[in-house]
Write a protein that binds this ligand. Sequence first.
Ligand code: TYD
Length: 133
Amino acid sequence: MNYKLIDMNIFGDDRGKLISLEGNSNVIPFDIKRVYYIYDTAPDQDRGMHAHKELEQVIVAIDGACQFILDDGKSREKIWLNTPEKGLYIGKNMWREMKHFSYGCKLMVLASTHYDENEYIRDYDTFLKEVND
Ligand code: TYD
């Protein structure tokens, strides 16, 4: 499985907490080329349903929670992202589905490449062929 949960380095004191993310560090293992965020989601509306040929990402649930299904073509694992204190790294060739968004969930995504629809795999059978060949 080409994913891992990363523990963030937290600067906390009486005023609250701060987490800083820098590219090419042990927290973000790539140069950050793009940042996007997902919000205004609903529990019955799934997202994702694709893999990337090239893109690596770190996803942070800044607020709220959602479930990720991660699939490398051989097995499937489910994990919850429910704290801003962990980042979910997803590498290349991983099918992902996002489900069960809490109301008000906000996901921030750090990405290793600019947006390129051509490097998406949006069909599950095509994904299985690519990873198992
Ligand atoms: P999509 O990748 O389908 O979202 P999710 O993975 O959350 O299901 O993207 C939704 C739309 O936004 C789609 O039309 C492509 C567009 N988009 C961009 O233009 N730039 C981006 O950086 C991203 C991530 C998506």
